[in-house]
Design a protein around this ligand. Structure first.
Ligand code: 5GP
Length: 188
Protein backbone atom coordinates (compact mmCIF):
# COMPACT_ATOMS: atom_id res chain seq x y z
CA UNK A 1 0.00 0.00 0.00
CA UNK A 2 1.21 3.53 -0.76
CA UNK A 3 1.27 5.76 2.27
CA UNK A 4 0.27 9.42 2.02
CA UNK A 5 3.85 10.61 2.37
CA UNK A 6 4.98 8.74 -0.76
CA UNK A 7 3.27 11.10 -3.17
CA UNK A 8 2.58 14.29 -1.28
CA UNK A 9 4.79 17.24 -2.14
CA UNK A 10 3.06 19.94 -0.10
CA UNK A 11 3.56 19.80 3.66
CA UNK A 12 2.27 22.13 6.33
CA UNK A 13 3.76 22.64 9.76
CA UNK A 14 1.56 24.21 12.38
CA UNK A 15 1.99 24.59 16.11
CA UNK A 16 1.57 27.18 18.82
CA UNK A 17 3.67 30.30 18.92
CA UNK A 18 6.84 29.62 20.93
CA UNK A 19 7.00 25.90 20.13
CA UNK A 20 10.18 26.46 18.10
CA UNK A 21 8.75 25.97 14.59
CA UNK A 22 11.08 28.56 13.07
CA UNK A 23 14.26 26.93 14.42
CA UNK A 24 12.94 23.53 13.46
CA UNK A 25 12.26 24.62 9.89
CA UNK A 26 15.76 26.10 9.58
CA UNK A 27 17.23 22.82 10.81
CA UNK A 28 15.09 20.89 8.36
CA UNK A 29 16.35 23.12 5.54
CA UNK A 30 19.97 22.33 6.44
CA UNK A 31 19.31 18.58 6.71
CA UNK A 32 17.16 18.35 3.56
CA UNK A 33 18.20 21.04 1.03
CA UNK A 34 15.71 19.68 -1.54
CA UNK A 35 12.78 21.13 0.41
CA UNK A 36 11.58 24.60 -0.57
CA UNK A 37 10.30 26.67 2.33
CA UNK A 38 7.73 29.31 1.52
CA UNK A 39 8.38 32.89 2.67
CA UNK A 40 5.17 34.42 3.99
CA UNK A 41 3.93 37.97 3.83
CA UNK A 42 2.91 39.73 7.03
CA UNK A 43 1.69 43.10 8.25
CA UNK A 44 3.56 42.62 11.55
CA UNK A 45 6.60 44.83 12.11
CA UNK A 46 9.99 43.12 11.69
CA UNK A 47 11.66 41.90 14.87
CA UNK A 48 15.32 42.86 15.35
CA UNK A 49 17.45 40.75 13.02
CA UNK A 50 14.61 39.75 10.70
CA UNK A 51 15.38 40.23 7.02
CA UNK A 52 12.93 41.29 4.29
CA UNK A 53 12.38 38.46 1.81
CA UNK A 54 14.12 35.93 4.04
CA UNK A 55 12.03 35.77 7.20
CA UNK A 56 8.98 37.48 5.74
CA UNK A 57 7.84 39.98 3.14
CA UNK A 58 6.83 42.86 5.39
CA UNK A 59 3.82 44.60 3.86
CA UNK A 60 1.54 47.49 4.76
CA UNK A 61 -2.15 46.78 5.39
CA UNK A 62 -3.22 48.20 2.03
CA UNK A 63 -0.82 46.09 -0.01
CA UNK A 64 -1.75 42.99 1.98
CA UNK A 65 -5.46 43.60 1.38
CA UNK A 66 -4.83 44.18 -2.32
CA UNK A 67 -3.13 40.78 -2.56
CA UNK A 68 -6.05 39.17 -0.69
CA UNK A 69 -8.53 40.75 -3.10
CA UNK A 70 -6.61 39.65 -6.21
CA UNK A 71 -6.17 36.04 -5.08
CA UNK A 72 -2.45 36.48 -4.46
CA UNK A 73 -2.49 34.27 -1.37
CA UNK A 74 -2.85 30.51 -1.21
CA UNK A 75 -4.17 31.06 2.31
CA UNK A 76 -4.09 33.89 4.79
CA UNK A 77 -5.19 34.53 8.36
CA UNK A 78 -5.20 37.09 11.09
CA UNK A 79 -3.07 36.20 14.08
CA UNK A 80 -2.99 38.30 17.25
CA UNK A 81 -3.76 41.54 15.43
CA UNK A 82 -1.63 41.08 12.30
CA UNK A 83 -2.22 39.41 8.93
CA UNK A 84 -0.10 36.59 7.56
CA UNK A 85 -0.35 34.97 4.13
CA UNK A 86 1.37 32.51 1.80
CA UNK A 87 2.16 34.02 -1.63
CA UNK A 88 0.44 31.70 -4.09
CA UNK A 89 2.58 31.80 -7.22
CA UNK A 90 5.98 30.64 -5.88
CA UNK A 91 4.33 27.66 -4.17
CA UNK A 92 2.49 26.60 -7.33
CA UNK A 93 5.66 27.00 -9.41
CA UNK A 94 7.75 24.85 -7.07
CA UNK A 95 5.07 22.17 -6.91
CA UNK A 96 4.85 22.11 -10.71
CA UNK A 97 8.62 21.62 -10.82
CA UNK A 98 8.16 18.62 -8.53
CA UNK A 99 9.97 20.17 -5.61
CA UNK A 100 8.74 19.41 -2.07
CA UNK A 101 7.25 22.54 -0.51
CA UNK A 102 6.84 23.34 3.15
CA UNK A 103 4.55 25.97 4.68
CA UNK A 104 5.04 27.01 8.29
CA UNK A 105 1.71 28.61 9.18
CA UNK A 106 -0.86 28.91 11.96
CA UNK A 107 -4.02 26.85 12.45
CA UNK A 108 -6.57 28.78 10.37
CA UNK A 109 -4.20 28.79 7.40
CA UNK A 110 -3.57 25.05 7.78
CA UNK A 111 -7.33 24.49 7.67
CA UNK A 112 -7.62 26.51 4.44
CA UNK A 113 -4.79 24.54 2.82
CA UNK A 114 -6.50 21.30 3.88
CA UNK A 115 -9.54 22.38 1.85
CA UNK A 116 -7.69 23.52 -1.26
CA UNK A 117 -5.03 20.77 -1.15
CA UNK A 118 -6.70 17.77 0.54
CA UNK A 119 -3.63 15.70 -0.34
CA UNK A 120 -1.28 17.98 1.63
CA UNK A 121 0.51 16.42 4.57
CA UNK A 122 -0.21 18.30 7.79
CA UNK A 123 2.04 18.12 10.81
CA UNK A 124 1.38 19.62 14.24
CA UNK A 125 4.39 20.52 16.38
CA UNK A 126 3.59 20.33 20.10
CA UNK A 127 5.69 21.45 23.07
CA UNK A 128 6.87 18.94 25.68
CA UNK A 129 5.03 21.04 28.35
CA UNK A 130 2.86 24.16 28.28
CA UNK A 131 5.18 25.79 30.88
CA UNK A 132 8.03 25.57 28.40
CA UNK A 133 5.88 27.24 25.76
CA UNK A 134 5.02 30.10 28.12
CA UNK A 135 8.69 30.52 29.01
CA UNK A 136 9.62 30.79 25.33
CA UNK A 137 6.81 33.19 24.46
CA UNK A 138 7.75 35.40 27.44
CA UNK A 139 11.42 35.15 26.48
CA UNK A 140 10.77 37.24 23.37
CA UNK A 141 11.53 40.55 25.04
CA UNK A 142 10.33 42.48 22.00
CA UNK A 143 6.66 41.53 22.47
CA UNK A 144 4.35 43.61 24.68
CA UNK A 145 2.48 42.00 27.62
CA UNK A 146 -0.73 42.28 25.58
CA UNK A 147 0.88 40.49 22.63
CA UNK A 148 2.23 37.82 24.99
CA UNK A 149 -1.22 37.19 26.54
CA UNK A 150 -2.80 37.05 23.13
CA UNK A 151 -0.20 34.50 21.92
CA UNK A 152 -0.69 32.39 25.07
CA UNK A 153 -4.48 32.35 24.57
CA UNK A 154 -4.06 31.44 20.92
CA UNK A 155 -1.54 28.71 21.85
CA UNK A 156 -4.16 27.06 24.10
CA UNK A 157 -6.67 27.10 21.22
CA UNK A 158 -4.15 25.67 18.75
CA UNK A 159 -3.14 22.85 21.13
CA UNK A 160 -6.78 21.68 21.19
CA UNK A 161 -6.68 21.20 17.41
CA UNK A 162 -3.82 18.65 17.30
CA UNK A 163 -6.13 15.77 16.44
CA UNK A 164 -7.03 17.36 13.09
CA UNK A 165 -3.48 16.74 11.85
CA UNK A 166 -1.92 13.80 10.00
CA UNK A 167 0.95 13.65 12.50
CA UNK A 168 1.88 15.21 15.84
CA UNK A 169 5.56 15.71 16.64
CA UNK A 170 6.79 16.74 20.08
CA UNK A 171 9.62 19.24 19.84
CA UNK A 172 11.83 18.12 22.71
CA UNK A 173 15.20 17.82 20.96
CA UNK A 174 15.90 19.89 17.84
CA UNK A 175 17.98 17.49 15.73
CA UNK A 176 15.84 14.46 16.47
CA UNK A 177 12.60 16.34 15.84
CA UNK A 178 13.88 17.78 12.54
CA UNK A 179 14.94 14.31 11.38
CA UNK A 180 11.55 12.90 12.34
CA UNK A 181 9.83 15.66 10.38
CA UNK A 182 11.96 15.01 7.31
CA UNK A 183 11.11 11.33 7.45
CA UNK A 184 7.39 12.03 7.85
CA UNK A 185 7.54 14.31 4.80
CA UNK A 186 9.33 11.62 2.79
CA UNK A 187 12.44 13.80 2.27
CA UNK A 188 15.88 12.42 1.53
P1 5GP B 1 5.33 35.25 14.18
O1 5GP B 1 4.71 36.60 14.35
O2 5GP B 1 5.71 34.65 15.52
O3 5GP B 1 6.46 35.22 13.19
O4 5GP B 1 4.22 34.29 13.57
C1 5GP B 1 2.97 34.18 14.18
C2 5GP B 1 2.22 32.99 13.63
O5 5GP B 1 1.91 33.19 12.26
C3 5GP B 1 3.02 31.68 13.69
O6 5GP B 1 2.17 30.67 14.22
C4 5GP B 1 3.37 31.41 12.25
O7 5GP B 1 3.43 30.02 11.97
C5 5GP B 1 2.17 32.01 11.55
N1 5GP B 1 2.41 32.31 10.15
C6 5GP B 1 3.56 32.70 9.55
N2 5GP B 1 3.38 32.85 8.24
C7 5GP B 1 2.09 32.54 7.98
C8 5GP B 1 1.29 32.48 6.78
O8 5GP B 1 1.72 32.73 5.66
N3 5GP B 1 -0.01 32.12 6.93
C9 5GP B 1 -0.55 31.82 8.13
N4 5GP B 1 -1.83 31.44 8.16
N5 5GP B 1 0.16 31.84 9.27
C10 5GP B 1 1.46 32.20 9.19
Amino acid sequence: MTSKKDFVRLSVITGPSGVGKGTLVQKLRSLYPEVWISVSATTRAPRPGEIEGENYFFLGNDRFKQLVDTGGFLEWAEFTGNCYGTPRRPVEEKLQMGRPVLLEIELEGARQVRKSFPESFQIFVAPPHFDELERRIRGRATDSEEAIQSRLDRAKEELKAQKEFDAVVINDELDATATELGQLMGLQ
